[in-house]
Design a protein around this ligand. Sequence first.
Ligand code: FES
Length: 576
Amino acid sequence: MFPACFILVGMPENKEKKLRSQEWWGSNDDYYNFARRAWMRSEGFAPDAFHGKPVIGICNSWSELNNCNAHLRTVAEAVKRGVWTAGGFPLEFPTISLGELVIKPTAMLYRNLMAMDVEEMIRANPLDGVVLLCGCDKTTPAQLMGAASADLPAIVVPGGPMLSGQWKDRRLGSGTDGRKLFDLFRTGKLSEEQWCEIEGGMSRSAGHCTVMGTASTMTNLAEALGMTLTGSASIPAPDSRRLTSAEMSGRRIVEMVREDLKPSRIMTREAFENAITVDMAIGGSTNAVVHLIAIAGRLGIKLELDEFDVISRRTPYIANIKPSGEYLMEDFFYAGGLPVVMKEILHLLHRDLITVTGKTIAENVASAECHLPEVIRTVAAPLHPEGGTVVLRGNLAPDGAVFKQTAASPHLLKHRGPAYVFEDIEQMKAEINRDDLPVTKDTVLVMKNCGPKGAPGFPEWGQIPMPKVLLNQGINDMVRISDARMSGTSFGTVVLHTAPESAIGGPLAVVRTGDEIELDVPNRRVELCISEAELKERLEAFRPPAPKYNRGYGRMFLEHVTQANEGCDFDFLRPV
Ligand code: FES
């Protein structure tokens, strides 16, 4: 009744190209091949379930510590259906997961650790292809980084955004509206009872943040790179089509193994240029800059910060989604999602690149139609003539800084004012609610020691809260500068990723309260208005702070993390 022998009796001969997984269990000449087959059969699999079949790893960032990805076990089941249907053998495996709002001090501290986990588990196991289940901010870039380095056929299945938040008659976007409402709460304009109601209505389902924050940006950029099925990125998490897309991805990865369609064939330099262009058109998170540089770096592709600015200048911003726009990710999906955006800007894209579908970008989006023109605008009537993110230079940021112009206040894009300096986040927290904080609407808030090595981990502290004294005057935005990142859900006139960072002696380190700072976004400048000689003298006197970690992963991070303009990957993870 049961097959007595695995290889030699009654098993179909595999005439296709030898599968990588066969190196683990395809021979009868090696004891460990036998042992591994026996180990697989201990899970109850019949021998012909996996003999000679493409073994598909389902790399799952599911975790109850990461609410955004907490539904991914269900998504994995749908992927498995697809893999089985197409004649593959699915094996789900866990990796580290990074809950953006849960992990302290910041999920970014562990993005590279997760990428290493993903890479090594793909490489070390009997896999022929892999399906990457992600969603929350860092999980998508970490999986793409790991999969790029491992370079086995791979397809991304995002978990999708949550349903839109709702409070009374008001729709709420994660983070974006939460922060605005918090300012009302901390200035006494909302009651504790109302604040509690908002807490219950903000996040109403499984899935990741509901705006074009980092999670939505990175899943859409995975699609723009060609790494997801067409239209997959923005299907809401609770929508049944999320599971259909997962099942179809499971089928497709089996074919990709047979076609040997690897990330290195899909994620080419031109594909990254497409992703940057799409990032500008959707008003994507500033974090995309760091992540795209890091993913590309894994494939030996060097993206320069200034390339983002060149592309930004020629790409109109057309996706009317918060925090830069008005709508939410659910609306973006109903409007037609990324295929509509890509079809609209196809003249700015490399249209003939191969994707995981086996078809080109142009073929994938050919039938896309916009159903909600107020949500996805046209190139002829964009929301902004340029892209969302721009790159600034100047004596304050010799290696660059990033700035989200579409989420900033237009009247502050050219501004000069005196600095008020916080030496670190602790000082900022201690002072920001002071009634006598000596700041005005013209002050430029500066915060140091928030970069990759300084914080450490490059946290999302860059949207420094508005001083209470100014909120009470009805002032909701001012120029803020740091070497931190900011959440993709955030907004405001905020200069980020200032490089080199202050903790290693970048010019930000020597700014003093009272120094004049000039921001000129149209000309892409951010300048500390002191003489060259004075700046040199101050920099020579700089002494770095003591390292915050002396052992373990934290020490490895401090010793090997690269600067913001280099993607913050570890130097030893680039190809040699
Ligand atoms: Fe997970 Fe926003 S906290 S996507």
